[in-house]
Design a protein around this ligand. Structure first.
Ligand code: BG6
Length: 485
């Protein structure tokens, strides 16, 4: 099976922060892969912009290295890389001054799509936007792309939104949450709304609980300064896990189009009950042999920031009232594994005797990474004579197995999202009110920790997080699924 690639319209894409980490690891390798796949037209132009002076040739050489490290595709890479590099150029600009702007403006062509990627500190957003307008580089159809962290709390997110909206309409602002670009996250919508099978059961009448796990093995070394101010709550929960939760819980939008989807997501966030202290467990990893502790990684032995968080949540609406949703995410856990598990209730009456109900019933697992796929556990009769013995078997669908390795090859989230920017499709981007609503829910929780001087529980690297997080479920007769690759 070969996937269809439809080339996008010609565009000028300027990446502010064009020599930064994100540009090198994700944005440019992602664009290269799309070029390799035939999705970028030859008339596309990509301009890297940053403070540093750098001739085009040096920029291209740097990008070549980044591609070789992060994006090698196949046998014809050498030739393709040459072709891709020809689309690139570089301009040194000052975000807060006038240096480089006339030159940059000279590169912007009429009659093509214009997109500006703000891969820079949020405090520069206003300066960049002002200069784009001042130099007549922005019109009604210009798109700007911004990254998380989108604010540090509700107030700062509102300020950022206000700054951007002074210069651009909401339909021009693309706020990236790269989890929305992950293939299986989109599949969550396809599975829910493309089948009749699940949706009738997708509510508190039939679902016992839902568990969402985003587990990482990496620590925070190298980005300690940012992370220690954020913690797992702001770094992962407020955005990535919140988005997963929304897609999992939202009502069917009337159409798969940006505002219809985002309206439904917003309703989920607004229906979230305030989280109670007894339903939250924060953790921080200790050191182990050859592994530094969190405190060492961030250079502050008194840090009270969490590198792990587990929570029990409730969505107060007709669909979900009474079905708890457990979420957890953390660094330095035993495996890199992310999944959403929907655990259905038992059948109302067992004709096979009470033993049958000791089973956990049907579980639908949507695996986000690695080994993207789905797994539905069902109960069947154990084959053979000797009475009616029930066993559970998985109906397992690894996308690689079902579709073939090539078709199931999952593009990086950034590839998909950047192409959506060029296509002008905001469905998988966060709207300003969604981001603010998410902060509005997070802020009181964080404020309470600060007031109470709350300290995270310590956990060993390579585990499933602090014991207390297991208790969140045990105390209610439930258990987390194992974290395994
Ligand atoms: C980022 C967080 O947004 O997402 C990181 O800042 C985290 O702390 C990363 O490691 C996880 O992304 P992925 O795609 O590797 O699951």
């Amino acid at each position: 099976m070969v996937s269809r690639v439809i080339p996008v319209e010609p565009f000028d894409l300027v990446i502010f922060g064009g020599t930064g980490d994100l540009a090198m690891r994700k944005i440019l390798p992602g664009l290269y892969r799309r070029y390799w796949a035939g999705q970028l037209p030859e008339e596309a132009r990509i301009v890297g912009a940053s403070r540093h002076d750098m001739p085009d040739e040096e920029y291209r050489a740097t990008i070549r290295e980044a591609i070789e490290e992060f994006a090698i595709e196949g046998g014809d890479d050498a030739e393709k890389i040459e072709g891709f590099l020809k689309l690139l150029s570089f301009v040194a600009v000052d975000a807060t001054g006038e240096r480089g702007w006339p030159e940059l403006a000279g590169k912007i062509r009429d009659g093509v799509i214009h997109a500006y990627y703000f891969s820079v500190a949020p405090r520069l957003f206003g300066d960049l936007a002002e200069r784009l307008h001042g130099h007549k580089m922005a019109g009604d159809d210009t798109r700007i792309v911004v990254e998380k962290p989108f604010g540090h709390d509700l107030g700062s997110a509102q300020d950022l939104n206000a700054t951007l909206r002074r210069y651009f309409a909401e339909k021009q602002i693309y706020r990236i949450d790269h989890y929305l670009g992950k293939e299986t996250v989109q599949n969550l919508m396809a599975v829910r709304f493309g089948n009749i099978l699940f949706e009738p059961l997708w509510n508190a009448l039939y679902i016992d609980h839902i568990q969402v796990t985003v587990a990482e093995t990496v620590g925070v070394a190298g980005r300690g300064t940012y992370y220690d101010r954020a913690g797992a709550m702001r770094d992962m929960m407020q955005n990535h896990l919140m988005q997963l939760l929304c897609l999992m819980a939202m009502e069917p939008p009337h159409h798969f189009e940006p505002d219809a989807v985002r309206d439904e997501k917003l309703k989920v966030i607004r229906a979230l009950d305030p989280a109670q202290p007894e339903d939250i467990v924060r953790g921080q990893y200790t050191g182990a042999e050859g592994i530094d502790s969190y405190a060492v990684d961030v250079g502050d032995e008194k840090s009270t920031t969490e590198s792990f968080i587990a929570m029990k949540l409730h969505i107060s609406n007709w669909r979900w009232k009474g079905t708890p949703i457990y979420v957890r995410t953390g660094k330095r856990l035993k495996a890199r594994a992310s999944e959403i598990a929907v655990v259905f209730k038992h059948p109302p009456h067992s004709i096979f005797g009470h033993k049958a109900n000791e089973r956990r019933g049907n579980v639908l697992v949507i695996r986000l990474q690695p080994n993207e796929g789905m797994n539905l556990r069902v109960t069947i009769k154990e084959p053979g004579p000797g009475g009616m013995r029930l066993i559970e078997v998985p109906l397992d669908m690894s996308f690689a197995e079902a579709l073939g390795e090539e078709a199931a090859e999952v593009p990086d989230a950034y590839e998909r999202l950047i192409m959506d920017v060029i296509r002008g499709d905001q469905t998988l981007f966060m709207r300003g009110d969604e981001v603010e609503a998410a902060w509005g829910w997070v802020d009181p929780i964080v404020a309470r920790w600060e007031e109470d001087g709350d300290r995270p529980q310590l956990y060993q690297p390579g585990t499933a997080g602090p014991e207390e997080s297991l208790m969140l479920m045990y105390r209610e007769g439930r258990r987390w699924r194992d974290i395994e690759e």
